[in-house]
Design a protein around this ligand. Structure first.
Ligand code: SF4
Length: 276
């Protein structure tokens, strides 16, 4: 007789008194939340050992919905709070949830220094190319030529590539997935969490409300179709020309460096020496 698949118990990780959530129907943020819970469950972490910090924005509402140690902080400062948590209690698994504007514009300074320090925190960037909550202003990842309330004639700024930026600043684990590739996403979140050092996962997700409808993708389906068609597995991208990669993005593990010095651990070693 075939084995019956056990239904995943999402309820045990949710704060039901904070639901329903405020995300628009079809928003990609819910898929990332689902993958995050499944990854944590798969790794068998205790709820009390997880800390989630966030800044401001649609993505940053996530900690309010989950039953871990969570803190919803000020705009762009999710990583600074995360660093404080990790330094105070290094045994905890610290995850930071941030939108593209929150992580790379307002919090850009904290992003590069967390990467430089290689602190053992997992940053998940919910990258929907826009400031969704405030109505669709251009963010630093907005594709060249695309439209926003602040770029009504098309953006003329080259966008940040979250992964290249993270790698250049010193992050030791860097990857990308999308809200369409939910199975890959769950695996990459688990891999990021088990990496020792600063891990950055850029997740291309859909804001059909504030970004999509200005860019001929007004439904969630059109947006996930975009994610499916534009994603190029990193391994295949190695054999493609710059021209072939224009307008597309690499997915999967982009960069990994093992056995690098980790900030919290190094600090505690120094402190131990001082106490001798
Ligand atoms: S505005 Fe965009 S990012 Fe925010 S909840 Fe709605 S679809 Fe999601």
């Amino acid at each position: 007789m075939p084995k019956t698949k056990t239904k995943f118990d999402y309820d045990k990780y949710l704060r039901k008194n904070t639901l329903p959530h405020i995300w628009c129907p079809g928003c990609g943020d819910g898929i990332i939340l689902k993958s995050l819970l499944r990854a944590i469950d798969g790794l068998q972490y205790k709820k009390d050992d997880i800390v989630i910090t966030s800044g401001i924005g649609c993505a940053s509402r996530l900690p309010g919905y989950v039953d871990f140690n969570t803190i919803h902080t000020t705009h762009g400062r999710a990583l600074t709070f995360a660093i404080g948590m990790k330094m105070y209690k290094p045994r905890l698994k610290v995850i930071t949830i941030s939108g593209d504007g929150d992580a790379l514009a307002i919090g850009g300074n904290h992003f590069i220094h967390a990467a430089r320090r290689n602190i053992d925190i997992t940053l998940i960037v919910f990258n929907n190319y826009t400031y969704g909550m405030t109505g669709g202003q251009a963010s630093p990842t907005q594709p060249y030529g695309s439209y926003a309330t602040t770029t009504p004639y098309g953006s003329v700024e080259p966008p940040f590539d979250t992964c290249e930026l993270a790698k250049a600043a010193g992050a030791t684990w860097v990857a990308r997935s999308t809200s369409y590739h939910a199975v890959q996403l769950e695996k990459l979140i688990a891999d990021a969490m088990t990496h020792k050092g600063f891990s950055v996962l850029d997740v291309i997700t859909n804001c059909h409300i504030s970004y999509g409808r200005r860019n001929k993708m007004k439904s969630p389906v059109e947006m996930v179709k975009y994610q499916k068609e534009k994603a190029v597995p990193n391994r295949s991208a190695q054999n493609m020309t710059a021209e072939e990669l224009t307008g597309r993005f690499k997915t999967g593990l982009i960069y990994e460096k093992k056995d690098s010095l980790e900030f919290a651990e190094e600090n505690y070693k120094k402190l131990a020496l001082l106490k001798q």
